[in-house]
Design a protein around this ligand. Structure first.
Ligand code: AMP
Ligand code: SF4
Length: 461
C-alpha cells in the first residue's frame, strides 16, 4: 500500500449532526486522496456511516446521504493509493469490533512492519490488504483491559508513518507516530474540537488552529475535554519534506507559516542558485505556482500564466498506468499560445518523479512556439523511494536515480534544467534539518524498512 491520505475528526459538546462538517473537512483535504472516502459518526450507542469509492462528493452525493449519520463524534478519511489497491475493502475509516465496543480508525501514512504485525494475529480474518486494518485489529485484540493501555501497546509495536484518527463510542483520539512523519493538527470551534491532517480542514468549518499534535503524542477528546499523552519519547523527529514541496495545500499552515510562503521562498532560492536567461516565467499549475512567483520576483523576469489546468481531473500521478499518465497530462494542461509564442520561457515545477510530466510539458511548449524552454525544479532530485506513504515510485522508475541532471535534461528535451539544493530546501522550511525526513532526497531513512520491502522498492537497481 502506498497511500498519503487525509484524516479528519470532530468531537462536539453541543451538536449531534457532525457528518456535514466532516464532509466539508474531507472536501478540503480532497487533494490528499481521491480514491475513496468515508465518514462514521457515534452517538454513544452505535456507529453510523459509510465508505465508498471516488471523490467525497461522489461517495456522499446529497444531504440525504448524510442526514442519518447522527452523533456528537465523527471521523472521516480520504484515501490516495496507486495501482492494484483500488478496491472498496481498502476504503476507510475501518470499523472493528472489540471488547471496548466498536472502534473506527482512519490512517494517513504507511507502516514498514505490517507483515511482522500481521503474523501476530494468525487467526484474524482480515478484510483488506491495508496496514491500517492491521493497526485496528491489533488494538481490538489487545490483551490489555484498559483502552488507552491497549492503544499505547499497539502504537509501540507500529513502525513507520501513521497519523491516526480513532473513534470509540465516546471518544475521539488523534495520534502521531514516533517521528511525526505525517502532519496532524488540532483546532477548536464553538463547542467542538477538530482534528485534521492539515489546517485547511480546520479553516473550512471555522475552527481556530490550536496546535499540531506532537510526534509520539496522542490527544484524547471525550466528555472531560482534551487530554494529551506522550506514548513515545526520544525518537528523532522526521516530518516529511514533501509536505512542503508538493503535498500539503498551500493555504495550510505549519508552525504559523503557510506552505505557500515556504514555496515562494523555494522559488526565490531557486532563482539565486539556478538563474536562467529568459523573458518569461511560467508555472506548471497548480503545484509550481508559488515557486514560480518567487522565482520571477527574485530574477526580475515577468511571471505569466502559460498553461491552464483543467481542475476537474485528479492529479495525473493517480492514473494507474503509463498510458493513462501520458494521456493525463494532455487532458489536464493546455498552453496559452499567445503567452508562449516566440519567447524564451522558464517553466517551474515542484518536482520531477518519473520525468513524464516534464517531458510532455517541454514538448507542448515548443509545439506552441516557445523559442527556448528552461526547466527549473523547486526541490532537489528524488533519488530514493519513499516507504512512508508518499508514492514517489520505485527506484527503477525514478528518473534521477538513473540519470544525471544532464541525462534528465536530454530526456525531457529542455534547453536547460536546474534543481534546488537540499540546503536551500531545508532553509526554506524554517525547520532544522534533523527534524525533517529527507530520505527520498538523501537516502537517510529515519526508520529502516525491512529487506523484503526494500528489495521491492529498490527493484531494478
Ligand atoms: P512525473 O511525470 O512522474 O515526473 O511527475 C511529476 C509531477 O508529479 C510533478 O508535476 C509533481 O507536481 C507531481 N508529483 C510529485 N510527487 C507526487 C506524488 N507523490 N503524488 C502525485 N503527484 C506528485
Ligand atoms: Fe516524505 Fe520523502 Fe520522507 Fe517519504 S521519503 S516521508 S516522501 S521526505
Amino acid at each position: 500500500m502506498r497511500e498519503a491520505c487525509g484524516v479528519y475528526g470532530i468531537y462536539s459538546y453541543d451538536g449531534d449532526h457532525l457528518a456535514k462538517p466532516t464532509y466539508y473537512g474531507l472536501f478540503s483535504l480532497q487533494h490528499r486522496g481521491q480514491e475513496s472516502a468515508g465518514i462514521f459518526t457515534s452517538d454513544g450507542q452505535k456507529f453510523r456511516g459509510k465508505v465508498g469509492m471516488g471523490l467525497v462528493n461522489v461517495v456522499f452525493n446529497s444531504e440525504e446521504d448524510l442526514k442519518d449519520f447522527t452523533g456528537n463524534i465523527a471521523i472521516g478519511h480520504v484515501r490516495y493509493s496507486t495501482t492494484g489497491s483500488s478496491v472498496i475493502a481498502n476504503a476507510q475509516p475501518i470499523i472493528v469490533e472489540s471488547k471496548f465496543g466498536p472502534i473506527a480508525l482512519g490512517h494517513n501514512g504507511n507502516l514498514i512492519n505490517t507483515d511482522e504485525l500481521r503474523s501476530e494475529l494468525p487467526d484474524y480474518k482480515f478484510k483488506s490488504t491495508t496496514d491500517s486494518e492491521v493497526i485496528a485489529a491489533l488494538l481490538a485484540n489487545s490483551p490489555e483491559n484498559d483502552f488507552e493501555a491497549a492503544l499505547t501497546a499497539t502504537l509501540k509495536k507500529c513502525r513507520g508513518a501513521f497519523s491516526l484518527v480513532i473513534m470509540t463510542l465516546d471518544k475521539l483520539i488523534g495520534v502521531r507516530d514516533q517521528h511525526g512523519i505525517r502532519p496532524l493538527s488540532v483546532g477548536k470551534m464553538n463547542q467542538a474540537y477538530v482534528i485534521a491532517s492539515e489546517t485547511c480542514g480546520l479553516d473550512v468549518v471555522g475552527a481556530d488552529f490550536v496546535r499540531d499534535v506532537a510526534a509520539g503524542e496522542m490527544v484524547i477528546i471525550d466528555k472531560n475535554g482534551l487530554q494529551s499523552k506522550t506514548w513515545s519519547r526520544g525518537e528523532k523527529e522526521a516530518l516529511c519534506v514533501f509536505e512542503f514541496i508538493y503535498f500539503a495545500r498551500p493555504d495550510s499552515l505549519l508552525g504559523g507559516r503557510s506552505f505557500h510562503d515556504v514555496r515562494v521562498n523555494l522559488g526565490k532560492y531557486l532563482a539565486k542558485e539556478q538563474p536562467a536567461e529568459a523573458e518569461m516565467v511560467i508555472a506548471v499549475p497548480d503545484s509550481g505556482i508559488p515557486a514560480s512567483m518567487g522565482y520571477a520576483s527574485e530574477e526580475k523576469i515577468p511571471y505569466s500564466e502559460g498553461m491552464i489546468k483543467n481542475r476537474y481531473i485528479g492529479r495525473t500521478f493517480i492514473q494507474p498506468s503509463q498510458i493513462m499518465r501520458d494521456i493525463g497530462v494532455k487532458l489536464k494542461l493546455n498552453p496559452i499560445r499567445d503567452a508562449i509564442r516566440g519567447r524564451k520561457i522558464v517553466v517551474i515545477d515542484d518536482s520531477i518523479v518519473r520525468g513524464t510530466t516534464s517531458r510532455q510539458i517541454v514538448r507542448m511548449l515548443r509545439d506552441n512556439g516557445a523559442r527556448e524552454v528552461h526547466m527549473r525544479i523547486s526541490s532537489p532530485p528524488i533519488l530514493c523511494p519513499c516507504f512512508y506513504g508518499i508514492d514517489t515510485a520505485t527506484r527503477s522508475e525514478l528518473i534521477a536515480a538513473n540519470l544525471s541532471v544532464e541525462g534528465i535534461r536530454k530526456y525531457i528535451e529542455a534547453d536547460s534544467l536546474g534543481y534546488l539544493s537540499l540546503k536551500s530546501l531545508v532553509k526554506a522550511t524554517n525547520l532544522p534539518q534533523d527534524r525533517l525526513c529527507l530520505a527520498c532526497l538523501n537516502g537517510e531513512y529515519p526508520v529502516k524498512a525491512p529487506e523484503r520491502m526494500q528489495s521491492l522498492k529498490l527493484a531494478g537497481f
